[in-house]
Design a protein around this ligand. Structure first.
Ligand SMILES: CC(C)(COP(=O)(O)OP(=O)(O)OC[C@H]1O[C@@H](n2cnc3c(N)ncnc32)[C@H](O)[C@@H]1OP(=O)(O)O)[C@@H](O)C(=O)NCCC(=O)NCCS
Length: 239
């Protein structure tokens, strides 16, 4: 529960606001405020940022002025992708945790899993080594996804010329094309930096394998990792 969900009865909008929301979402409902209340009640995630609340549900973003409980707008999520700033490097810890594969029905591991030296390698002193390149996805001024590469002796290392990738999108924002957009940005930045290919390691049961194949990665090796899971090593030529 948040202040927002506690005060849903106070939610309102202007005539123009209702029209804007209907137009943005192609909504065919009479009562836009009621529709937004229901959507907010079932939100995947609600975030407070500055003067607004942002509620996200099934790929729709609703913006609410927190002081007046006014519905400002709603539209399909439209994350922007850009190069990661140095000040954002600390957020890699969370995105590394989010990149850990959790098989369906399994209990999420503790956040401290990223301290495991073999995992921590993916973020340790990021920004100081060759191939340390990062991009982020930003929605309503919040960082909701990150993709980064490093040349490190980690699971997906193939050679000293090939940066290895890690990527994750926060759970509420998965499956809406943001990962694809983010990866294409990363490929462009890798090319600009003179890299000819990039590698990764992924557990065989992870649906991300399909995501990588669609982006042009191919499997070059299969091997158990130190935790005993079957991993695929994949490579993409940056052309
Ligand atoms: C993999 C991931 C970065 C893709 O980003 P996204 O924005 O969800 O991807 P897109 O919407 O552009 O593409 C959808 C594809 O992503 C993959 N995907 C979607 N949800 C996923 C999830 N919860 N876990 C893993 N992969 C997922 C699927 O391949 C999906 O395609 P499909 O529907 O045909 O199976 C993102 O889903 C994620 O963070 N997953 C969890 C972390 C992870 O597995 N990271 C990779 C570790 S090697």
């Amino acid at each position: 529960m948040t202040d927002l969900t506690d005060n849903l009865d106070a939610l309102h909008t202007t005539e123009l606001g209702a029209e804007r929301i209907k137009r943005n979402l192609g909504l065919q409902v009479d009562d836009v405020v009621l529709w937004c209340k229901e959507t907010i009640r079932q939100a995947d995630i609600i975030i407070r940022n500055g003067k607004n609340w942002y509620a996200y549900r099934k790929g729709v973003a609703i913006t609410i002025n927190a002081r007046s409980n006014t519905l400002i707008t709603a539209h399909p999520i439209d994350a922007k992708v850009r190069v990661m700033r140095e000040s954002e490097y600390p957020c890699l810890r969370e995105f590394l945790y989010q990149a850990v594969f959790i098989p369906e029905g399994a209990k999420p591991p503790p956040r401290s899993i990223v301290n495991d030296p073999e995992i921590f390698l993916y973020i340790k002193d990021f920004g100081t080594g060759p191939g340390d390149i990062g991009v982020v996805a930003e929605q309503d001024r919040q960082t909701i996804g990150a993709a980064w590469t490093r040349i490190i002796p980690a699971y997906g290392h193939v050679d000293s010329e090939t940066p290895e990738l890690a990527v994750s999108i926060l759970p509420a924002f998965r499956g809406y094309g943001i990962g694809t957009k983010l990866m294409n940005k990363l490929f462009a930045v890798l090319r600009e930096n003179g890299y000819a290919r990039t590698s990764l390691s992924v557990q065989k049961g992870n649906p991300a394998v399909r995501f990588y194949q669609r982006l042009g990665y191919r499997v070059i090796d299969d091997k158990p990792n130190s935790a005993g899971h079957e991993d695929c090593i994949m490579i993409k030529d940056l052309g």
